[in-house]
Design a protein around this ligand. Structure first.
Ligand code: GDP
Ligand code: IMO
Ligand code: MG
Length: 427
């Protein structure tokens, strides 16, 4: 039996969806444990593309059951839309297949209004560039102990009372600070009612579900969203998301003991990207950056924004390895480096006159580091059909081996294209 955590090592969009799908055929359960529909996980099977925001990326494997854990924030409208889209494509997405934890917090219309209003209110240099999906404000309510949980869907009286109580504070903010119209509790309740009815059959106890799966000797896959450097504690605060994205949160965010995990797969993109604001030491604004952006089709899967691109940053990966303890790396998008010319790897930073191996801990310290690079020869051969280690060009193999050496973590999977089939698994 093998329970696996898949997590992002950089600033998200490393290709987690592809790797979850790749392993999804071997597991009984795929569980999301944090984040919400700020995530955009792309899966390509036989040329058909699916972008999943809330549904676990194992959904395309008919035998895998899926869970939305307590640590997720769930937008009911997005969940229903995604379920409908999947069903229309012949993928079962009903209550028989998906369990939503009763403890999962619900993204309400006022969370989205706050997210947008707050970003709008901030001056240019202060904006985080959130996805605008209401993620942060929903987590805020959870921590303030006034949140609405999916379990409340079956208790209309409680739901109504919580909405009324929430709006006292939110409306004061909307009218007093943000110059917006207040929301009516009746309207918000009328909005949630049909979703509550539709989602009630999905509600369950995810922790017990996993317990049963383990008793039946089924494997469980934990699908992380975002990435370690977007983690609310360990990321480039305040330019982060509002949840813990590190592997440790798979335990708390799904409801399973910390000893239950056998493998932790760190997803590493062969270069670095970032969407939204915040420091990015190896960011490129030259032809190489343009190559990564265009050849890698680096556009956000959720917001469509152009992703910022740069060289691989080992300081970022070292910190991820320290925080997550990966047993292995799945290296994605290696094919995008084909033809880029010489490849640079950032191996350290200069910071305040010193050489450092890890990101500085001070707020925004990352904005003041200078990357120290080493250079490796590139390759020009098309590698998108390479499904064995031996078929890779020598320079590509050297690049992979250098990453292993610098991070101290073995690379077990190399991805050379978006399709499920464009993958090389090393023994
Ligand atoms: P996630 O959020 O970590 O699941 O990643 P995204 O889906 O947001 O972004 C990864 C993008 O790269 C998607 O468009 C994938 O289809 C694509 N992709 C994944 N692996 C590879 C790869 O090895 N090569 C190429 N060219 N594209 C890939
Ligand atoms: P996946 O799972 C990349 C970024 C946003 C913004 C910051 C805060 O697809 O890798 P939020 O809406 O979460 O409050 O935005 O976090 N962000 C992501 N960037 N991939 C993601 O998810 C992201 N989810 C959030 O762009 O900078
Ligand atoms: Mg993504």
């Amino acid at each position: 039996m093998s329970n696996i955590i898949i997590m992002g090592s950089q600033w998200g969009d490393e290709g987690k969806g592809k790797v979850v799908d790749l392993l999804g055929g071997e597991v009984g359960l795929v569980v999301r444990f944090q984040g919400g529909n700020n995530a955009g996980h792309t899966v390509v099977v036989g040329g058909e593309q699916f972008i999943l925001h809330l549904m676990p990326s194992g959904i395309l494997h008919p035998r895998a059951r899926c869970c939305i854990g307590n640590g997720v924030v769930l937008d009911p409208e997005v969940f229903c839309r995604e379920a409908d889209t999947l069903e229309a494509k012949g993928v079962a997405a009903g209550p028989g297949r998906i369990v939503i934890s009763k403890k999962t917090h619900v993204i309400m219309p006022y969370h989205k209004v706050i997210d947008a209003a707050r970003e709008e209110y901030k001056s240019k240099g202060e904006k985080i560039g959130t996805t605008g999906r209401g993620i942060g404000p929903c987590y805020e309510d959870k921590m303030a102990r006034v949140g609405i949980r999916a379990g409340d869907f079956t208790n209309p009286e409680l739901l109504k009372a919580k909405i009324e109580a929430a709006l006292v504070e939110k409306n004061a903010l909307f009218t007093g600070l943000y110059g917006r119209d207040p929301l009516s509790a009746e309207d918000v309740f009328a909005w949630i009612e049909p979703y509550a009815a539709r989602l009630a059959p999905y509600l369950g106890d995810v922790s017990s579900e996993m317990q049963r799966a383990m008793e039946n000797e089924e494997n469980i896959l934990f699908e992380g969203a975002q990435g370690t450097h977007l983690d609310i504690d360990h990321g480039t605060y305040p330019y982060v998301t509002s949840s813990n994205c590190v592997a440790g949160n798979a335990s708390a965010g799904a409801g399973i003991k910390p000893g239950a995990f056998d493998r932790i797969i760190a997803i590493v993109k062969a270069y670095t990207t970032r969407v939204g604001a915040g420091p990015f030491p190896t960011e490129l604004s030259d032809a190489a950056g343009e190559h990564l952006q265009s050849v890698g089709s680096e556009f956000g899967a959720t917001t469509g924004r152009k992703r910022r691109c740069g060289w691989l940053d080992i300081c970022v990966l070292r910190e991820s390895a320290r925080l997550n303890g990966p047993t292995e790396i799945a290296l994605t998008k290696l094919d995008v480096l084909t033809g880029v010319g010489e490849i640079k790897i950032c191996t350290a930073y200069e910071y305040n006159g010193e050489r450092i191996d890890y990101p500085p801990q001070e707020q925004n310290g990352m904005a003041y580091v200078t990357p120290v690079y080493e250079t490796m020869p590139g390759w020009t051969e098309d590698i998108t059909q390479c499904t064995s280690w031996v078929s890779l060009p020598g320079e590509a193999k050297d690049y992979v081996k250098r990453i292993e050496r610098l991070t101290g973590v073995p690379v077990s999977i190399v991805s050379v294209g978006p399709d499920r089939a464009q993958t090389l698994v090393r023994k």
